[in-house]
Design a protein around this ligand. Structure first.
Ligand SMILES: N[C@@H](CCC(=O)N[C@@H](CS)C(=O)NCC(=O)O)C(=O)O
Length: 232
């Protein structure tokens, strides 16, 4: 049976843009589990009521009596524990512990990225989500969305500089996880997929090793990343 994944989409159903959902889409593909994507928009809170919280990703595992799990890290751990015979998402308990650090570093990367693409996200989300997006994000950042419209060269350079440890690592091995990708790669890729999906800005130079790594990530699992609508 399939695992249902509630996945945040923009105006078009094949423009899925949540970084938290993308890491789970990649994790499900890595484990070769059948998935049914349920497109979800920010204002459809009532649709998630069954999960007792209001954010995606949420999975409903049809193989396990419709077990409901929310929160990307909890879902990754659930999949790893529930499907031990499928390819491992972490490789070992030690690697899983270190992946928590990558999750946290990736959270900081998202913090650098979001102000750069926030206005583009606003422009591309479903029209019915715009008022909620404006209100929630303006309240979070304490300023109007319009103040994110003009992005400076310095912000882009800061983003590229922030990538240095990722760049160093993937210059010496094909993936963050080594010879083959795992959840560490999916975590960081999800941030780039968020940017690619919602923003026309060229954040990476094509000569950047991070660009080459992102290209490889886009091709994985029959190109699920590339098939999703995106700008670059
Ligand atoms: N810690 C959660 C974060 C999930 C999250 O923030 N999801 C966003 C989508 S990217 C969401 O559902 N936002 C709903 C909202 O903004 O109202 C996880 O790792 O899954």
């Amino acid at each position: 049976m399939a695992i249902k994944l509630y996945d945040l989409v923009a105006a078009e159903e094949n423009r899925a843009f949540s970084p938290f959902c993308w890491r789970i889409r990649m994790a499900l593909a890595h484990k070769n589990l059948e998935v049914e994507i349920i497109p979800w928009r920010l204002t459809e809170k009532e649709v998630l009521a069954f999960s007792n919280q209001d954010r995606v990703p949420v999975i409903v595992d049809g193989n396990k009596g419709d077990k409901v799990v929310s929160d990307s890290w909890k879902i990754a751990n659930y999949l790893e524990e529930t499907y031990p015979d499928k390819p491992s998402l972490f490789g070992s308990a030690e690697a899983k512990a270190q992946t928590m650090f990558i999750d946290s570093w990736n959270g900081s990367l998202l913090g650098v990225l979001v102000p750069i693409i926030l206005y583009d996200v606003f422009e591309n989300i479903d029209p019915k989500d715009k008022a909620y997006f404006r209100e929630s994000r303006e309240s979070f950042f304490g300023k109007p969305l319009e103040e994110f419209q003009d992005v400076t060269e310095e912000q882009i350079n800061n983003f590229r500089t922030f990538l240095e440890s990722l760049r160093n690592t993937i210059s010496q091995q094909p993936f963050l996880a080594g010879e083959t990708p795992n959840y560490a790669d999916y975590l960081v890729f999800s941030t780039f997929q968020f940017a690619r999906t919602m923003s026309p800005k060229q954040l990476l130079e094509t000569s950047d090793p991070v660009y080459a790594w992102r290209e490889k990530m886009l091709e994985l699992f029959d190109g699920i990343g590339r098939k999703n609508l995106g700008f670059n």
